[in-house]
Design a protein around this ligand. Structure first.
Ligand code: GRG
Length: 304
């Protein structure tokens, strides 16, 4: 049972730490380093995947799966897969050809510790292994469910989702003229699509009715945008010590963001409104959705 991993579900920091520990143990097993010269790519994959991130997406998988009586084994498989895809995106985003960042999760970035080619391969290795994990029989007894997970993650991570959002972002890099609609679409693809997959994964595993899954999609849409506004606020107001990554990059690059368009106060108001809207989508789930409610508040209160 999923709830067995949470000793105190009303205390979000403890619940986040407990689900992070469970998913990290599985990732540790999945990324066992083989003998042979290919060991280097596994070491680079482990370096980034085991770095101290929030493990927010795995948590969303576990919290959404807990609504539908899904087994812990199934939910952890999906949680590990989404964290692998997320980590791949961070490794590639930090490369000199993209964001050229030296610091991620409070540590030197993968390409700084290894080299660019190894970092590219580590990202590729994590992305492809995620689909191997989803397709594994441990993920769900019903092949149709596994197929739906593979297909939906491919859509969310690929050119119709995160990769597409990253492409728009790279093209808009020095464009301060993007309007709020364009930024919203960019961020829905770049950040929101993986958050949508994570939040809907429980409904897919639990074979929930389409209208129930839609509620989680709507919740994810709202917290995804709130998460991105919080990210823009951290870039504008946070410190490198708090966030574990470079800050003030957006303003330096002259980039249009939610903060540059709405202002600091306007962005905070908008983020709070999105969280309220997200909570509204959870009404029908009752107390069972309390962790999803708490995490909605957390995405805008976080300092890293
Ligand atoms: C390279 C295909 C490709 C995509 C990159 C997600 C992404 C697209 C880039 C990451 C850069 C970034 C700062 C995105 C904005 C929000 C975001 C996804 C932040 C990082 O996620 P967190 O805060 O990170 O959940 P941790 O380290 O806690 O897992």
């Amino acid at each position: 049972m999923i709830s067995s991993i949470w000793s105190n579900p009303s205390h979000l920091p403890t619940a986040l730490a407990e689900s992070a520990s469970a998913v990290d143990q599985l990732i540790d097993r999945l990324l066992a380093v083989p003998d042979g010269p290919e060991a280097r790519v596994y070491e680079a994959m482990r370096y980034s995947a085991q770095a101290p991130g929030k493990r927010l997406r795995p948590f969303l998988v576990l919290a959404s799966a807990s609504l539908f009586g899904v087994s812990l084994t199934s939910a952890l498989q999906v949680a590990a897969a989404i964290e692998m895809v997320h980590t791949y995106s961070l490794i590639h985003d930090d490369l000199p050809a993209m964001d050229d960042s030296d610091l991620r999760r409070g540590r030197p970035t993968c390409h700084k510790v290894y080299d660019d080619a190894t970092a590219i391969l580590a990202g590729d290795g994590l992305l492809t292994m995620a689909f191997e994990v989803l397709a594994d029989a441990d993920t769900h007894g019903d092949p149709a469910v596994r197929c739906e997970l593979v297909s939906y993650l491919a859509k969310c991570a690929g050119s119709a989702g995160m990769v597409g959002g990253q492409m728009i972002d790279l093209q808009a890099e020095h464009d301060a003229t993007l309007d709020i609609g364009a930024i919203t679409r960019l961020q829905r693809l770049k950040t929101g699509a993986l958050i949508a997959f994570s939040s809907e994964a429980g409904a897919i595993l639990g074979k929930a009715a389409p209208e129930t899954r839609k509620l989680l999609h709507a919740y994810a849409h709202d917290i995804g945008l709130a998460f991105q506004i919080a990210d823009d606020l951290l870039d504008a107001e946070g410190t490198e010590a708090e966030t574990g990554k470079s800050v003030a990059r957006d303003a330096e690059a002259g980039k249009a963001t939610f903060v540059s368009i709405l202002g600091l106060a306007g962005a905070k108001t908008q983020a709070r409104a999105l969280v309220d809207q997200a909570l509204g989508h959870l009404d029908t789930f009752g107390d069972k959705a309390d962790l999803l409610r708490q995490v909605a508040h957390f995405v805008i209160a976080r300092r890293s």
